[in-house]
Design a binder for this molecule. Structure first.
Ligand code: BGC
Length: 808
């Protein structure tokens, strides 16, 4: 079915890296790129396998300076499987004559399929059907099934199946000057009658990785008695199977692989666990059945069904699929965060950023246990965040901009501009707003689930410590009578300092200041949700005093927000920057998304211009409803007239290059109510970001998980106007014209709610144990919504065609 399948016709070496990223299979524990089995890493192929939380540190000398990086390690490659007819050459796509080639990612079953027919130099034609899975039910298992059919020949065939630990991290060209050899091979041996075992260890973090594999050949479902030969190298173990095949009679090869590491619980050693898991695994068909069942359970919770927009439907499912492969129910028991680029490639070294902010709304409404686990990743790193705050002279907890294994700051200090070839100082660690994102995520999770115990034991502590950080970084300016936050960066990474100053950082970034005010207010509010005993415990252990609380309240009312020309300023002094010549640069360069690199290569700097990489001020309109914002601004003592939003939106939309895929998500969201046609266009662009690799080369290095999740959220909340607040569930859909219907489920406070929007009717069905909100508001009218109730409401919701009529 087209809406469940990402399909590619033909083999295209230039597209292969992109396909590999998009065809990655994973289960939240580990993931493997969709690289072909028969090729090692080379110009065309990059097989990569990544473990959630599997990091290692290395130091490289760059221009006489030691540069230390922590990377998500490329684990031993478990894919290698190839064949050759006796006396022929090993299968190699670039040099083989390919007669038929089709690759399909089946999103419903989580299976990667490849169908091909190849002809070798001697004219022997062979058909190959490959299927692969990374098991969603048993997270330590993966399997490949090859069906080989000699079309016009009979004779001997050799099949080579290997585990290869000689791999390095070399998937991102601009990192290649940095050391990428993370693995130390330890064991490469065979065991039992047919097993292979490969054990390696990361050089610094000492994570021990064990892979065990067995490969069998079958004809008519009977094991073929093949000759088996063990081949070994340092960090490499293989079995070569030789047997006879007959023209027109297909044979099946099954390779089953088990992967364990020393980070696993409930094991004795990774190597024993890998051997045991493999021994108990069964055959491919049985694995596939369990795997498909696990996926069907996930789809039941997570699918969004669209009517009318088939390509959009398929891409949306692709996005949900990759979200669930990066973090899944298996993540709940892990100490791992959600890397911005998935477990799909090596960009950003597998680090964890603020992108969670875009990812959690999807999980909050579907599998909130996953959000909880990911928030616990942050909670475990609270002591490190406290230390980071302390080292910088602040109180409370200051989370790092980029986080990895132990929560220290992982942002590199130098980065390479591939356009100029220069290594430049990287100030992006000044994005202190990541702290506000973590606090925001804590609060939204609590609101969606009512998980009081989480708030009590983990959430409140993070909120209080982050509030304390904001209270200590904010400095009172007696002349203004306001608190200020100086020397930071907002989400827009183009601006890291003033053109007239040598000191990195900007003052009073509006997004940061408003978020800080919000966090301080929520920290105070959270206190009322704790029982007196827990509150006392926290006050005692954190050393919180009455003065702290008075200060939080005061700062939350007096943080400064800059304005100019009737709009919110991105930061103080923004109005002094030059207007950028957008059209001239577009004409000269075409794609100007990475304007920072273009200008730097020209000897200029983007810091001089009113030009943003991504939504910054507009993030406020993304995260808060206008009611919430009005309240926040009024509390801060600023008037918030209605026109401020459209004016500010319009101002920054015209001054943003969308150099980050997160930007289109925010823009589509903020336009959803005012300019539906444009909002839908932005959403369509965001949907294409990875599948079409719109940034030209970034997706092969890893998907953009924040943008993927953002698109799903734009459908589930943005296009439907779904909002839950004050014991009320609001729906205010504005579906684009090509979307004739939409249905999905959400989970709220542990209960399911089904929503269908179709044919001018909205149907809302609450589960038998629905526990509120008890009111439903559609089109301004209020209806009661009790347990087990189904409400069907006729409703004229605008569609994109209507917009045109309105001139919108
Ligand atoms: C964006 C950041 C984002 C990071 C990881 C950068 O390009 O500017 O906002 O957190 O990518 O996705």
């Amino acid at each position: 079915m087209a809406s469940w399948t990402l399909a590619y016709e033909g083999f295209d070496p230039d597209q292969e890296a992109l396909r590999e990223a998009l065809c990655t299979l994973g289960n939240g524990y580990f993931a493997t790129r969709g690289a072909v089995e028969e090729s090692d890493a080379d110009e065309t192929h990059y097989p990569g396998t990544y473990l959630a939380g599997g990091y290692n540190r290395l130091v490289t000398d760059i221009a006489g300076r030691p540069v230390e990086n922590e990377d998500l390690v490329n684990l031993p490659n478990w894919l290698p499987l190839t064949f050759r007819p006796e006396g022929g050459e090993w299968l190699n796509l670039p040099s083989t004559q390919i007669l038929v080639y089709r690759q399909e990612l089946d999103l419903e079953q989580g299976v990667l399929r490849r169908v091909m027919r190849v002809r070798d130099r001697e004219g022997r034609e062979t058909r190959l059907t490959a299927r692969r899975l990374v098991h969603m039910g048993s997270p330590h298992l993966a399997a490949i099934e090859w069906t080989l059919a000699p079309d016009n020949w009979s004779g001997g065939i050799e099949v080579l199946s290997a585990l290869d630990g000689r791999v390095t991290n070399s998937g991102v060209t601009r990192y290649r000057q940095l050391d990428g050899k993370h693995l130390i091979p330890l064991i490469a041996e065979e065991f039992g009658e047919d097993g292979l075992l490969l054990v390696a260890e990361t050089s610094q973090s000492r994570i021990r990785i064990a892979e065990a594999a067995q490969t069998h050949a079958y004809s008519n479902n009977e094991r073929i008695k093949s000759e088996r030969q063990f081949r070994q190298d340092h960090g490499y173990a293989a079995h070569a199977l030789s047997f006879e095949v007959a023209e027109g009679s297909p044979v099946t090869i099954e390779k089953i692989v088990a992967l364990h590491t020393s980070r696993d619980r409930a094991i004795s050693s990774p190597e024993q666990a890998a051997r045991n898991t493999l021994r108990k695994s069964g055959r491919f068909a049985a694995l596939l059945e369990d795997h498909t069942r696990a996926w069907s359970h996930l789809w039941r919770r997570c699918d969004i069904v669209m009517e009318g927009a088939q390509r959009t439907q398929m891409i949306l499912r692709l996005h949900i699929f990759h979200l669930l492969q990066t973090v899944s129910p298996h993540s709940v028991d892990l100490d791992a965060g959600v890397p911005a680029r998935g477990l799909h490639g090596e960009a950003y070294r597998g680090h964890i950023f603020w992108d969670e902010l875009f990812i959690f709304p999807f999980f909050n409404l579907r599998i909130p246990e996953i959000t909880r686990a990911l928030l616990c990743y942050r909670h475990r790193r609270l002591p490190m965040a406290r230390w980071l705050a302390h080292e910088s002279g602040y109180r409370g907890a200051m989370y790092p901009w980029q986080s990895g294994s132990d929560g220290r700051e992982e942002t590199q200090t130098l980065h390479l501009n591939p356009k100029s070839g220069r290594w430049l100082p990287d100030n992006s660690h000044l994005q202190r707003h990541v702290n506000a994102a973590i606090a925001y995520n804590v609060w939204r999770y609590y609101q969606a689930t009512g998980d009081h115990e989480f708030l009590s034991f983990y959430g409140a502590e993070m909120l209080f410590e982050i509030a304390r950080f904001w209270a200590s970084i904010a400095v009172f300016n007696p002349i203004r009578g306001r608190y200020e936050i100086r020397g930071v960066m907002g989400p827009d990474e183009f601006h890291d300092s003033y053109p007239w100053s040598d000191t990195p950082g900007l003052d009073n970034n509006a997004y940061t200041n408003v978020m800080a005010a919000w966090v301080l207010g929520r920290a105070l509010e959270a206190r009322n949700h704790l029982d007196a005993e827990r509150r006392t415990e926290l006050d005692e252990s954190l050393g919180l005093s009455a003065e702290d609380l008075v200060a939080w309240d005061e700062i939350s009312r007096k943080l400064m927000v800059p304005f100019h020309e009737g709009v919110i300023s991105q930061f103080e002094g923004y109005e002094r920057l030059l207007e950028f010549e957008w059209e001239a640069y577009r004409e000269r360069y075409g794609d100007i998304r990475r304007l920072d690199r273009i200008l730097e290569a020209e000897g200029d700097t983007v810091n001089r211009y009113k030009a943003s990489k991504q939504a910054d001020v507009l993030m406020l309109f993304y995260l808060f409803s206008s009611d919430e914002l009005g309240h926040l601004f009024n509390r801060l003592g600023y008037s918030f007239e209605k026109e401020l939003i459209p004016r500010t939106v319009d101002y920054y939309l015209r001054r943003t290059s969308n150099g980050s895929t997160l930007s289109g998500i925010v823009h589509s969201w903020v336009l959803a109510r005012s300019d539906r046609a444009e909002s839908w266009m932005q959403l369509k662009d965001a949907l294409e970001s990875d599948i079409a690799d719109v940034q030209g080369g970034t997706t092969p290095e890893g998907i953009h998980l924040g943008a993927m999740a953002g698109t799903v959220d734009l459908i589930q909340r943005g296009q439907t106007g779904l909002e839950i607040r004050d014991d009320t569930l609001r729906l205010d859909p504005c579906l684009p014209h090509e979307l004739q219907g939409l249905s999905f489920r959400i989970r709220h406070r542990g209960q399911w709610l089904d929503v269908e929007i179709k044919g001018g009717r909205i149907t809302v069905s609450a589960s038998e144990s629905w526990d509120g909100p008890s009111r439903l508001v559609i089109g301004g009218k209020s209806y009661p919504l009790g347990a087990g109730e189904v409400r069907q409401v006729a409703c004229h919701y605008p569609q994109r065609g209507d917009d045109r009529a309105e001139g919108g």
